[in-house]
Unconditional design. Structure first.
Length: 250
């Protein structure tokens, strides 16, 4: 089973920074996941959302994608570009796989071009919630592995604590329905990997994904009991904010 560091090692270092990527590698992960967005000037940077408050770790407010790189770095000094992150993996972590998670769409071409330029296509998987974005990636380079992320929390409802009981019920319903749907979802996206939130993972959905030759990645698991549950379900990889969790289980 592959061990995947989420946003590097987001529980231990500022997420989506070179420090976080380095820490994940030091802790022995097999794959490092990080998020990317494009800026107004066309630069692709490591960022989880368009919320500058989140990306700057509380230093500034506003939108990320409306900024140029120079403007953004005034608020988020440690924010790396995609090229800087890929250069790190190419030169200093040659055995580590990478997962590039597209947090929006429309900038697939510069991401694919950067992976090719750094010689990382064979070590990479590009993931997204957006099926059309994954189809665009495959159209640009059929050799790139793509992963469909599911489900899509379009309105960030998971961050609203009062909705937790409702969301738990919804996730259980999705878990029951997903084995019958996963093959079609992957086929429509042209994806070969199922990136599933841990709450919708079950032995049945893992079997259904494996039946169409798609490995399953469970995200984002930071609880030991949940780690045991998804491992018993037969997943092929687990993503965590704290890679130290694997030392207690694997």
């Amino acid at each position: 089973m592959l061990r995947v560091g989420h946003k590097g090692a987001a529980a231990l270092e500022p997420e989506n920074t070179l420090r976080s990527l380095e820490r994940a590698v030091e802790l022995g992960v097999d794959v490092v996941e990080f998020d990317v967005l494009d800026l107004r000037d066309g630069t692709v940077v490591l960022a989880h959302s368009d919320d500058l408050l989140e990306v700057s770790h509380g230093a500034a407010t506003g939108q990320v994608r409306s900024k140029s790189l120079d403007e953004l770095r005034r608020a988020a000094r440690d924010l790396p570009t995609l090229d800087e992150a890929l250069a790190f993996f190419a030169a200093r972590a040659p055995e580590i796989g990478i997962q590039v998670d597209l947090k929006w769409h429309g900038f697939e071409a510069p991401v694919v071009e950067a992976l090719s330029r750094h010689g990382l296509v064979q070590r990479a998987v590009v993931s997204s919630f957006h099926a059309h974005s994954l189809r665009a990636v495959r159209g640009l380079d059929p050799n790139l592995t793509t992963g469909l992320t599911y489900p899509y929390d379009r309105y960030y409802l998971s961050r609203r604590r009062p909705l937790t009981p409702v969301l738990l019920g919804a996730m259980l319903a999705l878990r029951r329905a997903l084995p019958a749907r996963i093959g079609g979802l992957l086929r429509r996206a042209g994806a070969s990997v199922a990136m599933l939130h841990h709450s919708v993972v079950s032995p049945a959905v893992v079997r259904a994904a494996h039946a169409v030759d798609a490995p399953v990645v469970a995200w984002t698991v930071d609880d030991l009991r949940e780690l045991d549950r998804v491992v018993r379900s037969g997943v092929d990889a687990v993503t965590t904010n704290d890679p130290r969790i694997f030392g207690t289980r694997l």
